[in-house]
Design a binder for this molecule. Structure first.
Ligand SMILES: Nc1ncnc2c1ncn2[C@@H]1O[C@H](COP(=O)(O)OP(=O)(O)OP(=O)(O)O)[C@@H](O)[C@H]1O
Length: 217
């Protein structure tokens, strides 16, 4: 290296997720976007916007339930292909995706059979952690709204996902449930996981100032 030449620094690693000029169209009208953002591994970001600004649409698109209409998405630097990250991206949406006739224990067993589990975790342990001890074998349709949300959180905790997409995760939860969501999020991020969270309530997150992704209707 010539004297005085600047030291070469290693290129920054690619973001876990990057959106460039991303839009979703309905009847040729953009629901949101064009939107540019990055999300790193071990980072939480808040998706903000008024009612109808497209927060749920964005999360459903990232969960593979809708197609990218315009712009581009990258996963670890490569063009986004659902088949490359299907097991790594977990959505907790308004519809919780639980089978009402099955118990929490059975719902989690089905999910674990399909996707595996995080090492060191088991079904009864996560149900206990989310406060469903004693309700493990009750059909989900007989649980309260908050208990159903807790069962969905138990599934999120159990499965080996990298990116959590949480749409209004605090809805229907009591104070202890809200604290539970924050605890699970902090632990996920500390372990190198990432999360995109929509919430109209205050998210209390102690892992630093989260990135904010603002949608405009
Ligand atoms: N299935 C659908 N068919 C047609 N339009 C839809 C559908 N779902 C949502 N929309 C429209 O897309 C826009 C964005 O909706 P979306 O649910 O993504 O907003 P949001 O930001 O999550 O809203 P909120 O804060 O009320 O939950 C709204 O104008 C809505 O009416």
């Amino acid at each position: 290296m010539a004297p005085g030449a600047p030291a070469m620094s290693a290129p920054a690693p690619p973001a876990l997720l990057e959106a460039r000029a991303l839009s979703f169209l309905r009847a040729d009208e953009p629901v949101f976007g064009p939107l540019d953002f990055r999300l790193e591994e071990g980072e939480l970001a808040l998706v903000e916007g008024d009612n109808g600004s497209g927060k749920t649409t964005l999360l459903r698109l990232l969960a593979g339930l809708l197609h990218v209409d315009a712009g581009a998405l990258y996963w670890r630097g490569a063009p986004w292909r659902r088949e490359d990250n299907a097991g790594e991206v977990l959505l907790l949406g308004h519809q919780l995706g639980l089978k009402g006739d099955l118990s929490p224990r059975e719902n989690l067993a089905v999910a674990a059979g399909l996707h595996g589990t995080r090492s060191g975790l088991d079904i009864d342990g996560v149900l206990d952690e989310v406060g469903l001890a004693g309700y493990e074998d009750e059909p989900v349709r007989r649980l309260s709204a908050g208990q159903k949300k807790r069962a969905a959180l138990a599934r999120l905790l159990l499965l080996p996902g990298t990116l959590w997409l949480l749409d209004e995760p605090y809805a229907n939860l009591d104070r202890a449930g809200i604290a539970l969501v924050n605890r699970l999020l902090e632990r996920h991020v500390e372990a190198g996981g990432s999360a995109l969270v929509t919430s109209h309530g205050a998210v209390s997150f102690h892992g630093g100032q989260p990135r904010r992704i603002r949608l405009h209707a």
